[in-house]
Write a protein that binds this ligand. Structure first.
Ligand SMILES: [Zn+2]
Length: 133
């Protein structure tokens, strides 16, 4: 049993790679091994969510919240933008290019961070003036 051993999903036969290469088909039942490792999702019709634009909703939300946090100096909005942007980037990275909007998510994180920094900065300045420091 090694890490490169694979199981046929149809007949449960263990297929060990010979000479470093795993056979493309199960020698027992002939099932495609690429299908065994990555079962194809049968989609009878094109559902919503297959287009990258649909799946990048979190990235867009992060970007919009980032902009708002910058405008209104919202620490909470900035934090949400960073969290959403990080989640979006993880999902985008895990999608192997199926989901777009990575730049948007990065922009959301950056804007959120700047928004927080701006809020904290303004808070310190105005707080300082108010208390005569
Ligand atoms: Zn098999």
């Amino acid at each position: 049993m090694s890490a490169s051993d694979r199981f046929c999903t149809q007949c449960r036969h263990t297929i060990s790679p010979r000479g470093g290469a795993t056979p493309e088909y199960c020698p027992i039942c002939g099932r495609s091994m690429s299908a065994a490792t990555a079962p194809p999702r049968t989609v009878p019709y094109a559902p919503r969510g297959t287009s990258p634009a649909d799946r990048a909703g979190k990235a867009t939300a992060s970007f919009v919240l980032g902009i708002f946090s910058l405008i209104v100096c919202g620490v909470v909005l900035g934090i949400i933008a960073i969290v959403l942007g990080s989640q979006a980037r993880k999902e985008i990275d895990a999608s192997n290019g199926r989901v777009g909007g990575r730049g948007l998510a990065t922009a959301g994180i950056t804007l959120g961070a700047v928004g927080i920094a701006k809020s904290v900065g303004f808070g310190l300045i105005f707080g300082g003036l108010r208390f005569g420091l």
